[in-house]
Design a protein around this ligand. Sequence first.
Ligand SMILES: Nc1nc2c(ncn2[C@@H]2O[C@H](COP(=O)(O)OP(=O)(O)OP(=O)(O)O)[C@@H](O)[C@H]2O)c(=O)[nH]1
Ligand SMILES: [Zn+2]
Length: 344
Amino acid sequence: MVRVDRGIATVDLGPGENEPATDVGDPSVPSGTVRASWGGSLLAAVHDDPDAAPTTGDRVQLRWWPDERITVEAVCPRSTLLTRADAAGTTRRQVLAANVDVVAVVEGLLPEPNHNRIARLLALAWASGAQPVVILTKADLEPEAQRIATELQTLNACPVHAVSSADGEGIEQIRALFAGGRTVALLGPSGAGKSSLVNALSGDNLMRVNALRQDGKGRHTTVTRELHPVAGGYVIDGPGLRSVGVNTAAGLDETFADITALAESCRFGDCGHSVEPGCAVIGAIQSGELTLERFESYRALVAEGFRQEVRRDARLRHEELRKRKVMHKALRRQYQKPPDRGRW
Ligand SMILES: Nc1nc2c(ncn2[C@@H]2O[C@H](COP(=O)(O)OP(=O)(O)OP(=O)(O)O)[C@@H](O)[C@H]2O)c(=O)[nH]1
Ligand SMILES: [Zn+2]
């Protein structure tokens, strides 16, 4: 179990952000970066919901104490939340980042892009609520880069860019994603070219990061995800994700927009796309319009997403029951007559 009682967060203070809670007397609010431990209200919130723990990209409310301690009292409501199924295979999901505007799935053109992996990462992107895009790197090594990007864009119904960090091709399009101070999270396997891309994007940028980083201390994970100012916005260079579990079926309809569109023409509204007559999806596979490989990838991810949802529901029911039992016990104790000890 992850311990939540030793959390330390590194918070960058910026104008108008991360202001101290109002019930604190005037602290001469320092600027720059501060380290803050989790306050009581945050600890309680995290106890009830592990997702409430501050993560990369969170805006937080800080409290300055007379003894110079600083605590994180609350996490401000999040506009988006990027998560994945917990790597350890539990039903808990792992929060990767909050308030991300764009989730960029990064995949190299060489060796050949892994479509199954792109689909997995895109599903997480769609489920986060952020705008998903695909960035195909190493375009200088693949003469067919533009064609592959266009094909992928048609399948996935989201922007697909072919870029090269080596010769600068397509980098301006990526730069545009950061316009207006937006935050872009890069998701992709190790070696996909994420760091090279960040380097290619980096110019001089003196803006301060208005966000909070988890500094890993006291936690089980050693993975750090940080926010860097880039191209007028911020980039979160994700960890080189070795495996990515899909934790919900949400996001899969959008990821497989081609299959979703086909399914609308199936004769039965609840078509399982296996043995049903008049199935447009099977029809498309037979005609060669849809590859079997893509359909299998879709089927596997839907099954995985639903499995996770069912397991999570079971766990929540179990926890609810446990909480209720504890409460009942406490109530019983409270209302039990005190034992008659006699008098002497
Ligand atoms: N030719 C070419 N090589 C590239 C390009 N981008 C990255 N590479 C190479 O691909 C390898 C991996 O790139 P990285 O940027 O380290 O990949 P990463 O995704 O950051 O990997 P992790 O840091 O392990 O997550 C390096 O040898 C890069 O030089 C590109 O656009 N063109
Ligand atoms: Zn069907």
